[in-house]
Design a protein around this ligand. Structure first.
Ligand SMILES: [Zn+2]
Length: 719
């Protein structure tokens, strides 16, 4: 304590002592106070836990005398002593046995070691807790300390009261901040796969093992959570998710899929421009309905113009691989009958006039979205708000690490992520996958721009260390790049929307150039590949980039989606150390189109080869692709275990695909992805044991608690 503080306290003591006729006491004097010990009251309250030498003990002692007698002066302090009674009657002026030491100071002077734990207290109520380190002196081990208070009562003297006692244990581990015990803790660590307890201190896992071992880490302030047998596991990694887009407030015009295109007119008429944009921006409808409407001679742009003639309008299709626009939007982006298709995109056209018909595939649609979502202060706020909503949803689903699968750095997304980091609202470990804009024609400029955004500080929750590249489009839009032509089932459609082999978004030469240059910066590639030709060309590009760099680059690239993989390319994932990133949607939207467009042999041999790739030694991760798929990783696990012969072999494989394997992909497997001493405290608690219940019940799993660095970022109200 400062000299001034000591003086002030000394003055206080002197003033109190004056009332007790002790004003003449000198430093070093030992004085017996009148009335001392006459009326010890109160009772000892054992403190929880057993602090150990070297730990910090925090005490808050309620007014130990309860209701004070009339005229009593305030409590002047409390001492932590080694005797069951305050060193009653012993007062050492100047040394502050009863008032001269500050909180946390240990006095080893005569007659007894004591720690004063409070500044002068008000008489009533509870003083603020004070903390004091228990000196790292093993000689103190085994001593029982008592916290006591003293009250000055005029005419009576000091009255002492006992409030708390604690026995200092032998030197031991520092106490944990949080202990999860009595659980089924699935560690994803082969050395001890299932334990019952985990202890976390300062965000780091300090113990993994049984309850008895964890008890050594319990201190008075440790939060001990009894899991009552519930399952805990490492925080989930979602390595492909659109967390900001999925909650973006600009997409206000919602078109539920499954309706005929003309019937949307009534909804569209009521859609107003999104705040701050001047554009009507929407989401919904399906290419499955749009495609036959076009083939039947319908005019998508005509339907939109009739409903919304006065505002540029863009409606994103449910897979995000096309947009539906009106004439004002086409004018804004500059597409007309004379416009060539932009790189990575297709302008669908009226077969008679060649004029755009109002549906733009893949990158052509993104060019319009760029205009609708031009950065502005209001849009920046919407980006940030969407991100916060997305982060909360991720935490509710047990997600503590994720890769943003497409960071639109020209729409202010980088700034939104950085704002969350800087304001302390970032509640996951995140890697932003910076989108390589396919229609940016100056490749050198784009690579320089991406390089300037690169960041990979392993101590930061936020890194921009991946680049999202698109090799191709998607099967429902016939933009996935295929080795064999799309097969048409005339029952559904009479033609494809794009070419017979789909499209390249980045062709192989451009992929190779980007990968070669960006991996040298340190970027890992996140390559969108759906068709078997897209997969092959991406693997070829990665192989070529590896050759170009002389094999010196330690890259962790992955292909995402990988819906169709030619058998000849299956072993290449392991050979090139390329991760296969699957979204097990459990059939539905995407596989529906397989039956329409794929030759039977391709469908049978190449589609959704999760197990085939796994057995071929490929590193497999699972992800949501939210908001295309559900954000729940447990639905993904269930689906990955219910794919018939292509199911993952074990639940452990499914859990690993959402934890340690994805942690490797994010270059943080040394830090998270399993529960091991020395790793960070990213832990989740589930409402059921997904290793024992029927597979069909895994998807309904609810997350009760999510810890990031040992801090609660989600707790279910029922837990
Ligand atoms: Zn995606």
């Amino acid at each position: 304590m400062s000299h001034a503080r000591r003086l002030a306290l000394g003055t206080l003591v002197a003033s109190i002592a004056g009332q007790l006729s002790l004003a003449s006491a000198q430093a070093g004097d030992v004085t017996v106070l009148p009335g001392c010990g006459a009326n010890p009251t109160g009772s000892f309250v054992p403190l929880s836990g057993a602090p150990r030498v070297g730990q910090t003990l925090v005490l808050g002692v309620d007014n130990p005398l309860g209701t004070q007698p009339p005229g009593a002066l305030p409590m002047i302090g409390a001492a932590l002593t080694t005797g069951p009674f305050f060193p009653c009657g012993v007062f050492v002026p100047g040394t502050g046995m009863a008032g001269g030491a500050a909180a946390g100071e240990l006095m080893l002077g005569a007659p007894l070691p004591s720690v004063l734990i409070g500044a002068p207290w008000a008489g009533a109520g509870s003083p603020a807790p004070v903390s004091l380190p228990i000196p790292g002196n093993p000689a103190l081990a085994g001593l029982t300390f008592y916290a006591q208070g003293a009250l000055v009562e005029p005419g009576v003297g000091f009255r002492f009261a006992r409030a708390a006692s604690v026995t200092i244990g032998p030197p031991g581990p520092l106490p944990a901040d949080i202990i999860l015990e009595d659980g089924f803790v699935y560690t994803v660590d082969a050395a001890q796969p299932v334990v019952s307890a985990v202890a976390i201190r300062a965000g780091e896992i300090v113990y993994v093992g049984n309850d008895a071992g964890a008890a050594a880490y319990a201190g008075p302030l440790t939060q001990v959570i009894d899991l009552d047998g519930k399952m805990a596991m490492p925080g989930v990694h979602d390595s492909h998710v659109h967390i900001l887009e999925g909650f973006h407030g600009a997409f206000t015009c919602q078109l539920p899929p499954g309706q005929s295109i003309p019937s949307y007119g009534a909804i569209l008429q009521n859609c107003a421009p999104s705040a701050g944009t001047g554009w009507v921006i929407g989401y919904g409808h399906s290419i499955f309905d749009m495609h036959p409407f076009i083939e039947g001679g319908g005019s998508p742009v005509g339907v939109l113009d009739a409903a919304i003639p006065n505002h540029p309008t863009v409606i994103m299709e449910e897979t995000s691989h096309s947009v539906w626009v009106n004439s004002l939007a086409l004018q804004a982006v500059g597409f007309d009958a004379g416009s060539p298709d932009p790189p990575g995109g297709v302008i669908l056209r009226d077969p008679g006039t060649g004029a755009p018909n109002g549906v733009l595939l893949d990158a052509a649609g993104e060019m319009v979205m760029d205009l609708a979502l031009l950065p502005s202060p209001l849009l920046d706020q919407m980006n940030y708000d969407a991100l916060l909503d997305g982060l909360a949803a991720a935490n509710r689903n047990g997600i503590t690490s994720l890769c943003d699968a497409r960071v639109y750095w020209k729409r202010g997304y980088v700034e939104a992520w950085e704002q969350a980091r800087d304001l302390g609202t970032l509640s996951v470990r995140a890697i932003g996958g910076l989108w390589a804009y396919p229609y940016e024609l100056d490749d050198a400029q784009q690579i320089a721009d991406l390089t300037a955004l690169y960041s990979n500080d392993p101590s930061s929750l936020l890194r921009f260390s991946q680049v999202k590249l698109y090799a191709d489009g998607e099967i429902s839009h016939t933009t996935a790049a295929l080795l064999l032509p799309y097969q048409l089932d005339p029952f559904f459609f009479s033609g494809t929307l794009a070419g017979p082999l789909g499209i390249n978004v980045f062709d192989q030469a451009r992929l190779t150039s980007y990968i070669t240059q960006l991996q040298a910066v340190g970027f890992d590639m996140h390559v969108h590949t759906i068709g078997d030709r897209g997969v092959r060309e991406a693997l070829d590009a990665i192989e070529a980039a590896d050759l170009a760099s002389g094999g010196t680059v330690d890259a962790r690239h992955r292909l995402t989606h990988v819906h169709l993989v030619h058998p000849a390319d299956v072993p290449r994932f392991a050979a090139l150390d390329v991760t296969a990133d699957f979204q097990p949607f459990g059939g539905g939207l995407f596989s529906f189109f397989y039956g329409i467009y794929l030759p039977l042999a391709v469908l049978q041999q190449e589609a959704e080869q999760l197990r085939t790739l796994y057995d071929a030694g490929a590193r497999v991760v699972l992800s949501s692709d939210f908001d295309v798929g559900s954000l729940s990783p447990f639905e993904g696990m269930e689906n990955a275990l219910a794919m018939g012969p292509e199911s993952l072999p074990t639940r452990d494989a499914a859990i690993r695909a959402y934890t340690i394997e994805a942690a490797y992909l994010m270059r943080q497997e040394d830090k998270v992805g399993s529960l091991e001493t020395g790793k960070r405290g990213d832990v989740i608690v589930l409402d059921r044991n997904i290793t024992t219940i029927p597979v069909g019940q895994i998807g309904a799993t609810k997350v009760l608690l999510t810890l990031l660095d040992g801090q609660e970022v989600w707790r279910d109200p029922s837990f």
